[in-house]
Design a protein around this ligand. Structure first.
Ligand code: GLN
Length: 195
């Protein structure tokens, strides 16, 4: 079974680990470069992207993760994880950085005010039926995406909320909290293909 990591510095690590384990993956909680070196793919959880960014630098994880992504390691990021995969961040905290890997611009906390958090049914053609029950929690949106980036899902108002570039995939929402497993299955497929 594929050996995959969940970056375990902050955020909803447990929810991702559970979905991956249920799908038969061998799951490693990754906090150190040596742990990263032992996995064939990595999930970046939801949480607070600026905190995960700071902790990744404090733990010496920033450059190893950047290098692994540049080297073609499959990665799946949700919400804060999507922000960490974006080459460009709008409304970040001062000095906030990302690992990069997706030629996109994301805006943090893009759903302001009273509708910061909501759930909706989302059509994701690459997953087929049924629609994805998607939980948006202080979620980002993708405001620009480059020509190599595939749009996997958008809201009714056309705002982009799921993207992929080869083995690098990200969603604005949290499939892991709502019993949705198909994105993780897609991620595991790209890990198997590459391993
Ligand atoms: N607003 C958070 C951030 O900027 C993301 C929220 C989430 O991951 N649910 O990182």
């Amino acid at each position: 079974s594929p050996r995959v990591g969940v970056l375990a510095l902050q955020g909803d690590v447990r929810e991702h680990a559970r979905v991956l384990a249920d799908l038969g993956a061998d799951v490693v909680l990754v906090r150190r470069p040596a742990e990263l070196a032992g996995v064939d793919g990595l999930v970046l959880p939801g949480g607070e992207s600026s905190v995960i960014d700071k902790l990744s630098r404090a733990f010496g994880m920033r450059d190893p993760i950047r290098d692994a992504i540049a080297g073609g390691m499959p990665v799946f990021g949700t919400c804060a994880g999507l922000i960490l995969l974006a080459d460009r961040i709008l409304d970040g905290i001062p000095g906030q950085e990302s690992f990069g890997g997706l030629d996109i611009t994301v805006r943090r906390n893009a759903f302001g005010g009273q509708v910061e958090s909501f759930e909706t049914d989302l059509d994701v053609p690459v997953l087929g039926a049924p629609a994805v029950r998607a939980a948006f929690i202080r979620a980002p949106v993708v405001e620009e995406s480059g020509p190599d980036v595939e749009v996997l899902a958008a809201l009714a108002d056309d705002r982009i909320v799921a993207v992929r570039r080869g083995p690098v995939m990200g969603t604005s929402f949290h499939p892991e909290t709502a019993g949705e497993t198909r994105f993780h299955a897609l991620f595991l497929e790209s890990v198997r293909t590459r391993a």
